[in-house]
Design a protein around this ligand. Sequence first.
Ligand code: COA
Length: 590
Amino acid sequence: MRILFLTHSYNSLAQRLHIELAARGHEVSIEFDINDVVAEEAVALFEPQLVVAPFLKRAIPASIWQRLPCFVVHPGIVGDRGPSALDWAIQERQTQWGVTVLQAEAAMDAGPVWASRTFPMRAARKSSLYRNEVTEAAVAAVLEAVGHAERGGFVPRRVEPGQSGVHGRERALMRQGDRAIDWARDDTATVLAKLHAADGFPGVAAEFGGIGCWLYDGHADATLRARFADAMPGTPIARRLDALALATRDGAVWIGHARRRAADGAAPTFKLPFAQTLPELAAGLPELPVPALPWREAGTWQDIAYEEAGPAGEVGVLHFDFYNGAMSSVQCRRLREAFLAAAARPTRSIVLAGGADFWSNGIHLNAIEVADSPADASWDNIVAMDELCRAILECTSHLTLAAMQGNAGAGGVFLALAADRVLAREGIVLNPHYKGMGNLYGSEYWTYLLPARVGAEAAHAITQQRLPIGAAQAAAEGLVDAALPGSPAVFLEGVVAQAVAQAQGPQHGAALAAKRERRARDEAIKPLAAYRDEELARMRLNFYGFDPSYHVARYHFVHRVPHAWTPLHLAVHRRTMWRAQERLKTRDAA
Ligand code: COA
C-alpha cells in the first residue's frame, strides 16, 4: 500500500513502524505535522491509500480524514481517550495496558477501532515503556490494521467508554497538580511512579530553596535511608556523580536529571544532570565514592556497573546505562577506565551491555550546548569517545561482545562496532549516520569500522541516506553479526550465555589469536591513528569552521525547536525525481 505517515516527529516509534512496513513491501513517505495546509499538500502529492499517525499532538484535518482512512496510534487500551494515556496508567499503577489503532474522526481518540494489543505493565519510566512494550504492541496492531485495510471488507469496531468489556475511559490532560509529590505522605514506590509517569516529558515540577525545576530520571534506593534516618522527606541527602538522592518517607530516590525553570527574560533551559542544574542544592552534600570499576550493587543507582558471569567468572559484563544514551566527555572517560579495569581482570571475554533502553546515542549534545564554548566541548567529547573506542579496538587480552539491548544512534552505533562481535536485540532501531546533525562528519573510527563490515558502497549509502535500520536488516547487511529475540533482560542473558560458552570452549584461544592477527594486519595497512586523524580533521571543520550547520542543528535538537519542514530523505513525495517517475508510471499505465 502507499502509506503516508503524518507525525509530530520522526521518533523511535515512527522509525520502527517505517522499518516494519517498508520490509513488508509498503511504500511509505513521511510528512511532519506542521499545519493543515502542509498535510493536505502531502496527501495531494503522494496520493496515499492510507494515512498512519504514529505520534501526533493535534487532530488530523477533516479534509484528510473525510477522504482517506487515517490510523491513529493511541498508547492506551480500547476506550481510553485523552493526551496523557500512558502517564495515567503508570501513575495509577495499572497492571495491564495497551495500544489501540483507531480511525481518525472529529472527536479525538473516539473513532472506530481497527486493532489493539495489551501488555503487562512494568514499573519503569514512561520513555522506557514507550520504547519497548508500547512500540511492540503498536507494531503488531498497525500491521494488523494495515492488513485489514489491504484486504478490504473489514468493519472497524465502534466502542464507547462504559460499554460492556471496554475498560478504557476518557481522561483529561495530566497536569502538574496531578503529578505533585507529597513528600510527607508518598512512599518511595509512589514517588517513583510519579517520576516515571512524567519521564521524558514534562517531568515533575519541584522547588528547592525557591528555585523551580522539573525532575526526571528517578531511581529507588534501598541502601541510604538508615544512614540518613533523620532527613526530612524531599530533602537532598547525598550525591553520587551528578545525581542527587532525595530522602523519601521510607527510603530514598536518586534523581539523575532536571531542568531548571528559566528566570524571567533568561535563555530557555533544557535537561541536564541534576547536580549541574541546581549546584546550590548539590553543594556540601556527602559524596558517595565511585570506583573506577564499580561492581554492580543491588538496590541503588549506578550508571556504570560491572559483574562477572560463568561458573568460574569467565566473562565480565559491563553495563553502561546513560540517560537517553547520551555520553558526555566525563562519562566516556569513566567508561574507558572501567573497560580497561575490566580488561585487567582474569576473565576471558567482556560483554559490553550498554543500557536496557539505549545502547548509546553518541556525544552528549545537551552537555555541549550548555558549555561556555560548545565547539571546545564538542571536540573534547569526540576525543573522549574516540579514546573509548580505541581502548575497545586495541584490547587484545579479551574477546569483546557488544550486546545492543536498546536503540543506538550516530557515534553510539560505531562504538558497538568496535567490539569483536556485535549482537542486536530484535526490535531495536539503529541510526548509523551523523549527517542529520548539521552535516556532522563523525568520528569513532567509523571510516575503518563501517566499510569493513558492509563494504564501501553500502557504507556510503547508509551514511548518506540517513535512514534508520532495524536489527534484522542490520544483521542481513552485516552491520551487526546477528539479531536475537527477547526482552532486553532475556536478550542479555542469551548473549552472556553465548559469551560464557565461547570463553569455556576450545576455540577461544584461536579466536583471540585471529583477532590479534587481524588487528596487526589492519594496522599495517592503515593505522587506527590515520583513520582518526582524517575523521577529526573533518570534525574540526564542523566544530570550528565557517559553516555553522552543526551548531544550529544541535541548538534545534536540544531546544526541541519545532520542525519547519520535513527533510527530503523522509518526504519521498517531495522529491522532484520521485514525482517525475510517478508521472511516467501514470503515462505508461495510460
Ligand atoms: N545527546 C543528548 N541527548 C540526546 C542525544 C544526544 N546525543 N540523543 C538523544 N538524546 C535525547 C533526546 O533529546 C531526547 O530527550 P528527552 O528525554 O527530552 O525526550 C531523548 O534522548 C530521546 O531522543 P529522541 O530523539 O526522542 O529519541 P528517538 O529514539 O526518537 O531518536 C535518534 C533517536 C538517535 C535518531 C535521535 O535521538 C538523535 O538524532 N540523537 C542525536 C544523535 C547524534 O547526533 N549524536 C551526536 C553525534 S555522535
